[in-house]
Design a protein around this ligand. Structure first.
Ligand SMILES: NC(=O)c1ccc[n+]([C@@H]2O[C@H](COP(=O)([O-])OP(=O)(O)OC[C@H]3O[C@@H](n4cnc5c(N)ncnc54)[C@H](OP(=O)(O)O)[C@@H]3O)[C@@H](O)[C@H]2O)c1
Length: 281
């Protein structure tokens, strides 16, 4: 990659940031299209988030991704919010349009693209989402219009109920669920908590409750016990790398107006994630 006076800068704000996989896939995609862009990781301490966001304007960055723990706190610092990001209540992509910053959330659409590329349709399905945080909101927003029913289980039941209320404003087919003993009625089970990121984490559900043919989509990028147990039980298992790829491809399009080569991004992601430290967005 050749940096010169015309290079456009993009990147990612997070804390921590050193495990990010995103620079590998974006820089590979810029290079493949011969675009004079680069993507840089920025370690942004929560105390400096406001200054970091101002710097997007001050340094004329083209845009940035936003990751943990800034996805919600960044909202009041922006000039505009896209409707989807406003509903979700979290931003993962900022676009700088001549000094005006707009917040987007590409996680939900990224998730849907990754389902589609695996030949999976959510149309008319009974779907369980475990977790009620930012990614559950993004995925729920994209799924609720197509699913037959959407059940949301959250550790903090008020959060799950709030998400259900919000989703029911779009389509009245969501409900909270607390007991995960019987999962047989769900065709798709989505795991949207951080459980499994660490080796010693407990399983989010009992492995025995899974049945052959169920789709288990674990948003965690690394291989987890949930994924291993679901595979053993002949479930169709997807991990978070697909969603990571597609949310990145959509952000890339927002910044450049060009469609990236997804296979080049996927190859870069696979290489980066096979390195021992690669587990965060
Ligand atoms: N593949 C991708 O592109 C992608 C994109 C975004 C996120 N992710 C992954 O998705 C996961 C969730 O991310 P997020 O952004 O939604 O996080 P978040 O907004 O912090 O929400 C996390 C959710 O998990 C619950 N939770 C946290 N620790 C838990 C535990 N020990 N036991 C049970 N529930 C627990 C939280 O419950 P409380 O409300 O009670 O705290 C909350 O409902 C992470 O693993 C993240 O890496 C992947």
């Amino acid at each position: 990659m050749k940096i010169n006076g015309k290079t456009k800068i993009t990147g990612i704000f997070g804390y921590p940031i050193e495990h990010t996989l995103s620079p590998a896939m974006h820089n590979a995609a810029f290079q493949a299209l011969g675009l004079n862009y680069c993507y840089v990781p920025f370690l942004v301490h929560p105390d400096f988030l406001d200054k970091a966001v101002q710097s997007v304007k001050a340094l004329n960055l083209t845009g940035v991704n936003i990751t943990v723990p800034h996805k919600e706190k960044v909202i009041p610092l922006l000039d505009h919010m896209n409707d989807e990001a406003l509903f979700i209540g979290a931003v993962n992509t900022i676009v700088n349009n001549e000094g005006k910053l707009t917040g987007y959330n590409t996680d939900g659409r990224g998730f849907m693209e990754s389902l589609a590329e695996n030949g999976i349709s959510s149309e008319g399905k009974d779907i369980l989402i475990i977790g009620a945080g930012g990614s559950a909101r993004a995925v729920g927003y994209s799924l609720c219009q197509r699913a037959n029913s959407l059940s949301i289980q959250g550790r903090t039941s008020e959060k799950a109920k709030r998400l259900v209320q919000d989703l029911c404003r779009i389509k009245n087919n969501s409900s909270p669920i607390e007991d995960l003993a019987d999962l047989s009625r769900f065709q798709i089970i989505i795991h949207a908590t951080p459980l499994g990121l660490r080796e010693q984490d407990p399983m989010p559900i009992k492995a025995e409750s899974l049945r052959e043919g169920q789709i288990v989509y674990d948003l965690v990028y690394r291989e987890t016990m949930l994924q291993k147990e679901a595979s053993k039980r002949q479930c169709i298992v997807l991990n978070g790398l697909g969603m990571l790829l597609w949310q990145g491809a959509l952000a890339f399009e927002l910044w450049t107006g060009r469609k990236p080569d997804r296979e080049i991004m996927r190859r870069a992601l696979n290489i980066a994630s096979s390195e021992p430290q690669g587990i965060l967005p």
